[in-house]
Design a protein around this ligand. Structure first.
Ligand code: F6R
Length: 365
């Protein structure tokens, strides 16, 4: 089943052009410039009346929910809140009845997420699940849902499920945008951006060799920082989680501009900062944050658009990714970060598919 790959994690990373295609199959409607879903089980009228979304999840799925928050608020203009499932249940937030709950979970069995779903159902909120495992508990207990169709994810560290979750978030942003204010032309542009995505992921995978070289250079560092802004703030969190869970290296993700409010004190010549800095709305701002780190003597590894030379001048090491629309950057930028974490962990002799202390699905609260 592994074929040419030494680990499931690497195999699953390389499956992403196909899994992302599967997440979109039959769900893009060019004529209407929108997304279509088969299993939401609410009418467009009912969905249009939902004026607030609550997204709940754990771990990597919580990171894709954060990406969804930026996408849905940015493209559909619906207020979104993202809450750790383990906290939502005990926070008891005041919510209007027109709040729609989304539970995001690869396995569909995470007990924290299930408990949050049940609590929101008990309060009378309509609930949706975004799951990979068909027929899982959370898929069955929610009122409606969207499957990822990513195929079984064997590696404990989530990779292909993450990018598929982000794709589903983009589809939701498109769908709800078109229910509300988004024009036909704007919708069509998003459809076209999404259609181009599988090939761009294919291109992003060519960074494998460079990621391996960079991994060898930094393999002995005991601390890493991951920094990005806006759509790539969640990318930074996810990059850091991938590294820590499979390599056991301490890593932290931050919004790049938050560094100067404390964490920059951690920066020294043995603490690399991985910046996600593709061109786009916040490019110049993140560039200024790169300069702040370099001024403190910290090594910088930068994920940049192909052809970018401004970051290359500042950074110690560069990984290129294809240029995509801002809202799709977290999906493409995740690829080099997955590869970097993978190669560092392999070089450190870690069991990447079965990291210590972790299980694929967490069924205790
Ligand atoms: C990280 C990872 C975990 C899961 C989390 C939620 O790579 O796999 O953080 O994302 O345990 O799992 P699901 O998505 O199955 O609810």
């Amino acid at each position: 089943e592994l074929g040419e790959y030494p680990h499931y994690m690497l195999k699953e990373i390389f499956e992403q052009p196909e899994t992302v295609r599967n997440a979109m199959r039959g769900r893009l409607d060019r004529d209407e410039a929108t997304a279509v879903f088969g299993g939401l089980n609410l009418t467009p009228q009912q969905l249009r009346n939902m004026d607030r979304f609550m997204l709940t999840a754990c771990g990597t799925s919580w990171h894709s929910s954060l990406v969804g928050e930026y996408m849905i608020e940015g493209l559909a203009r619906i207020p979104v809140e993202v809450q750790y499932a383990s906290e939502l249940r005990y926070r008891n937030p005041p919510l209007s009845p027109s709040t729609l709950l989304f539970a995001i979970t690869q396995s569909g069995e995470t007990i924290d997420t299930l408990a949050a779903l049940r609590e929101m159902k008990r309060k009378g909120h309509p609930t949706m699940s975004i799951c990979n495992v068909v027929g899982s508990t959370i898929a069955r207990e929610s009122d409606g849902g969207i499957y990822l169709h990513a195929g079984p994810e064997i590696g404990v560290a989530s990779t292909k499920a993450y990018t598929s979750q982000c794709v589903v978030m983009a589809l939701l942003a498109l769908y709800f945008g078109r229910l509300h204010h988004l024009s036909y032309e704007a919708g069509l542009r998003i459809v076209e951006d999404l259609e181009a995505l599988p090939d761009q992921i294919e291109t992003a995978l060519t960074s494998n060799r460079v990621a391996k070289e960079i991994a060898a250079k930094y393999v002995d560092c005991d601390n890493f920082l991951y920094l990005g802004r806006q759509y790539n703030f969640p990318t930074a969190l996810e990059g850091a989680l991938k590294l820590k869970e499979i390599s056991y290296i301490h890593a932290e993700g931050y919004p790049a501009a938050e560094m100067k409010h404390g964490p920059i004190a951690l920066v020294d010549e043995n603490t690399p900062s991985v910046f996600i800095v593709p061109r786009g709305g916040v490019y110049d701002k993140v560039l200024a944050n790169v300069e702040e780190i370099k001024a403190r003597g910290g090594p910088v590894i930068a994920v940049v658009d192909d052809g970018d030379d401004r970051v290359a001048e500042l950074a110690d090491d560069v990984i290129v990714m294809p240029t995509v629309a801002d809202f799709l950057q977290p999906i493409v930028a995740a690829i080099p970060l997955q590869l970097l974490a993978y190669h560092i962990a392999v070089l450190r002799g870690c069991d990447v598919d079965k990291p210590r202390n972790l299980a694929k699905s967490v069924t205790v609260e």
